[in-house]
Ligand binder design. Structure first.
Ligand SMILES: NC(=O)c1ccc[n+]([C@@H]2O[C@H](COP(=O)([O-])OP(=O)(O)OC[C@H]3O[C@@H](n4cnc5c(N)ncnc54)[C@H](O)[C@@H]3O)[C@@H](O)[C@H]2O)c1
Length: 446
């Protein structure tokens, strides 16, 4: 799907016109290509704690170009602000204002990332205030960045360090082009669990992954991305989408399963198919979803019930089957596709937003049930993504939806897929029960 306006203003004359008359100026975002550098320039690590030093050593061992002090006028690929020992809001000023002097030197599509402690476990009010302060700081800073640069944060729980596996995995994801449309967000690393991959280009090697709604749109992008990362993909969609489903399954050298996920026995069918073909099942991506928009005053049974049935009830039932299965016990991963509509609400989408908010509730409540098996469950909440679903939105609403975020454009299906692949990896084993927005810092529900 193309965004003609973004392409127009990315050209020399288009850029000039947009600047002159004050139109939004989106840039073509840096997206991951295998083998490309992780960041578009050196990484400056700001902060004088032991955690900052340990992180710098690890990033140097990855052969990255790391600076502990800014070099005047050097174009930076990223600034990492380590704030892991804050005990009072007064402690913010020095590291933050030091980092601020480098912001004008960021390369296009650079990254600013904060590493700080989760406010929930703060021992006193001053520490909690300082930690929570990072939230407001980062979200505001992300809105000030330009030229495709993004700002995101990593929150460390007690017992998690700046070099725990999932901290490093989150950092690698956020630095890379894989997080192009993730902006103004926080990822909480809740435990030191997780294992870094032997091959960073194949983090899902040996895994068997199910993707529902895989025949097109975001689901097809997820199937391709999991395959790229080394997984064997079992693509699921309704029988009516059988031809497209077969095309996607062939493309990713996987198998197709024609199945309506609202069937009572859908979970068992998925497990049986995976086990009979591959002997195990490691990853389930609940992507299939539908919209049937109407103002609540005009809502009818069919619109309400069909959306709730596909978007949440089917996932609950499939998860029950997965949790009961002995074939889903080896560090399993579930990632569900929610929506920013479920966080902020959206006019005409009471049914859809109820189902997608329900996904958040499901993820939080299911996380502890998977923990004994080293498993995790998370959700990804897309904002405006360029797909068939959003192509059907009337032109003016579509154009507003696209531009109302810090990156001034819609995301691509691959942006959602990259976040899902990250959460599905072994390295993300310390991240569970969370919702990660992939929305370019959409103003809706920001
Ligand atoms: N496109 C966006 O901007 C956006 C934003 C937020 C969330 N989402 C969510 O992302 C997911 C994918 O969206 P998309 O834009 O790719 O949608 P899409 O309509 O292009 O694709 C959805 C796929 O799900 C399949 N599906 C529907 N009902 C099914 C069922 N009962 N059983 C099996 N498969 C079924 C469809 O056949 C289709 O192939 C959905 O959950 C959607 O709610 C999309």
């Amino acid at each position: 799907m193309t965004d003609t306006y973004t392409q127009f203003v990315s050209s020399g004359p288009g850029r000039k016109v947009a600047r002159k008359i004050g139109l939004p100026q989106p840039v073509i975002l840096r997206r991951h290509k295998p083998g490309q550098p992780l960041v578009p320039g050196p990484i400056l690590i700001e902060g004088s704690t032991e955690g900052a030093d340990a992180l710098a050593s690890t990033l140097l061992s990855w052969d990255l170009d790391v600076r502990r002090h800014a070099v005047p006028k050097e174009r930076l690929g990223a600034v990492i602000l380590v704030l892991d020992e804050l005990t009072h809001p007064d402690g913010l000023e020095k590291p933050v204002l030091t980092a601020a002097t480098s912001l004008r030197d960021l390369a296009p599509n650079a990254r600013v990332i904060t590493l700080s402690r989760h406010p929930g476990s703060a021992p006193d009010a001053a520490t909690a205030a300082a930690r929570q302060g990072v939230d407001g700081l980062l979200r505001s800073l992300a809105m000030e960045l330009r030229s495709g640069a993004t700002g995101n944060g990593i929150l460390l729980a007690d017992g998690v360090s700046t070099t725990s596996p999932s901290t490093l995995a989150a950092l690698r994801f956020l630095l890379s082009g894989k997080s192009a449309f993730v902006d103004g967000q926080f990822i909480t690393v809740g435990s030191p669990a997780g294992k870094l991959p032997d091959d960073v280009e194949k983090p899902l090697a040996g895994k068997v992954a199910v993707v529902t709604g895989a025949a097109r749109g975001i689901g097809a992008a997820i199937a391709r991305t999991l395959h790229r990362d080394g997984a064997t993909v079992l693509a699921v969609d309704v029988p009516a989408a059988g031809d497209h489903l077969a095309e996607v399954a062939n493309e990713v050298h996987g198998t197709a399963l024609q199945l309506d996920i609202t069937r009572e026995d859908a979970g068992q069918k998925i497990i049986d198919h995976a086990v009979s073909r591959y002997g195990h099942l490691d990853i389930v991506i609940h992507n299939a979803g539908i919209t049937r928009d109407k103002l609540l005053a005009n809502m009818d049974h069919n619109r309400w019930a069909s959306v709730l049935a596909v978007n949440i009830a089917a996932q609950l039932r499939i998860n029950e089957a997965l949790l009961a299965s002995e074939h889903f016990r080896s560090s399993p991963r579930i990632v569900s596709v929610a929506s920013t509509s479920g966080i902020a609400g959206n006019r005409g989408q009471t049914n859809y937003a109820a189902s997608k908010a329900g996904v958040t509730g499901m993820v939080r409540a299911t996380a502890p049930l998977l923990e004994p098996h080293g498993g995790t469950i998370n959700a990804v909440a897309p904002g405006f993504i360029e797909t068939e679903m959003t192509r059907r939105v009337p032109l003016v609403r579509r154009e507003v939806g696209r531009r109302l975020n810090s990156l001034r454009q819609g995301g691509q299906p691959v942006d959602v897929a990259e976040a899902i692949a990250f959460l599905a990896s072994d390295a993300a084993g310390g991240i569970s029960g969370q919702v990660l927005r992939v929305c370019g810092q959409n103003m809706v529900g920001a």
